[in-house]
Ligand binder design. Structure first.
Ligand code: GDP
Length: 204
């Protein structure tokens, strides 16, 4: 039997930029979902495609530039939430001192953020598990903060091997599964929107 077409999940009605905060962002006004990942992993592109916006998040010409925490107010037919764009980490050309500052900003945000429902951890689908990603995932697990790993740039994987590579990546990261995403051909966009909506609608 032919597979039924996958259900498409619409983009939010409105997306409003709340602000860019080098330190701790203001108190939450509703449920939050944070996006984290190594610099250049495709985080800004992922945020833009999920929000259905051309340039809500700035796709970086120079990796490692975004140092602040950016907040977006997202109004969807079925939910309203805040999307939190955390600074990209692990950019080799940034001095240790600045790397440290970013790590501190991310950790301070993640600590005691009661409104935080989910952290999307973005990793490059082509690379084996990286220590900084493993550290973040482990930290989230210890703090009992739900996280979903999203493997970016899946359009760059050989089609016949993609599924196996994602399974292997999930195993290496100690996750039950990872979600494949391509901001170019839109693979996984609906699934990621579903994950976000489910997280912000679950009050448990
Ligand atoms: P960020 O630093 O994590 O915010 O990453 P960006 O979104 O700025 O993307 C970094 C680079 O990866 C840019 O050159 C993007 O065009 C590219 N990129 C991002 N997402 C994808 C994707 O899904 N597929 C491919 N092939 N390239 C991507």
């Amino acid at each position: 039997m032919p597979k039924p077409p996958a259900r498409s999940v619409p983009a939010p009605h409105t997306v409003e930029f709340i602000g860019s905060f080098p330190g701790r962002p203001p108190e939450a006004t509703g449920p939050e979902v944070a996006f984290a990942g190594r610099s250049n992993v495709g985080k800004s592109s992922a945020i833009n495609v999920v929000l259905g916006q051309k340039s809500a998040a700035r796709v970086s010409k120079t990796p490692g530039r975004t140092q602040s925490i950016n907040l977006f107010d997202v109004q969807h037919a079925k939910a309203r939430f805040t999307l939190v764009d955390l600074p990209g980490y692990g950019f080799a050309k940034v001095p240790d001192e600045i790397q440290h500052r970013w790590k501190g900003a991310i950790e301070r945000y993640l600590r005691d953020r009661e409104a935080l429902r989910l952290v999307i951890v973005l990793v490059d689908a082509r690379h084996p598990p990286q220590q900084l990603d493993l550290d973040l995932i482990r930290g989230l697990q210890l703090a009992e903060i739900p996280c979903q790993v999203v493997a970016t740039k899946v359009d760059k994987l050989p089609r016949s091997k993609a599924k196996g590579m994602l399974t292997k990546l999930a195993r290496g990261l100690g996750m039950p599964a990872v979600l494949g995403l391509s901001s170019l051909d839109r693979t996984g966009v609906d699934a990621l929107r579903e994950v976000l909506l489910k997280a912000v609608r679950d009050r448990s």
